[in-house]
Design a protein. Sequence first.
Length: 402
Amino acid sequence: MQRLYRKRIILGVGGGIAAYKSAELIRRLKDQGAEVRVVMTQGGREFITPLTLQALSGHPVHQDLLDPAAEAAMGHIELARWADLVLIAPATADLMARLAQGVADDLLSTLVLATDAPVALAPAMNQAMWRDPATQANAALLRERGLRLLGPASGSQACGDVGMGRMLEADDLAQLAADCFEHLSLTGQHVLITAGPTQENIDPVRYITNHSSGKMGFALAEAAAEAGAKVTLICGPVHLATPDRVSRIDVVSARDMLAACEAAMPCDILIAAAAVADYRPEVVAQHKLKKDPNSGDGLLLQMVRNPDILATLAHRDDRPFSVGFAAETENLLEYASRKLKDKNLDLIVANDVANPSIGFNSEENAITIIDRELQQNSFAQTSKGKIARHLVSFIAARLPRP
């Protein structure tokens, strides 16, 4: 059930005796790596306390639509956008009727109308109520609108009756919640991505660097997170917002970046999109260098090699599936193929930075992927976001299978 890993689930708790099962359901969802936030109806609070569900979920329970304090923390619209899945368990006959009619008179029903996430209901009611034509009509209407009904099951009920209407058990609901998500291509994988430039100080006010906006690396981080991966993004100095659900580590120099990468290991996949400075000044001046009137017009800097981050990580005993980038201005495929071999990579992504439409700081890219057998796969020019998703899918398809 790794499909629930890092998924955001809103658990809606309706007013039925089966609400006691919601506590166990939270535990089962969290056991599978989901983050759970709870929304309770007034009736739900009569059967189980918000404090219990707060302790289990680790988050305050959302209860009232017009709660200024709750709106200041995470308003109902923001909560609706936050969710990957809204799971209502138990879903009573009354709640199903209100949802079928589009009523929005409390927080939970309003949230269902406001969210774009899939909505699943776990019906729980007396067997006669479940069989009633009105309930069956509401269930059919909700299914027609795309809501999923998980159950109910047949069995003994709190009222003493036996029949359909019993809410499914927590383990079953957790499995069905996982089934609401497609199996994502990088679920359960730890992906380490480098992005942006590095800076190598000359003195306290000057440095040398490479051209890089970091946009490609950040797009890859977002695409990998969308594919279900745990993503660690290590980036040099850039001015970009951190993608959602990505762990970001900021660094400055090439040596900083290598240290951060080694600290983040082990990982399953390494995508090295950073433009790392190959050289750094041998000596960094402690004070700003001044013009020497007797030295003519020149300044001589002695440079030394920086560590090769990609080659270092790709030659480790616990090496990840390693993907590098080759940004070239000439002999693109020849240089990229040589880099693939020299650095012990599984794939290399070649792009022509001499083309201004796909060069540094552009919004688009076009790439050719080369594998160990020197087979080439090209993706035509498009947005870096789309290129990133293509590349993530390509990598996922090439991963060794257990």
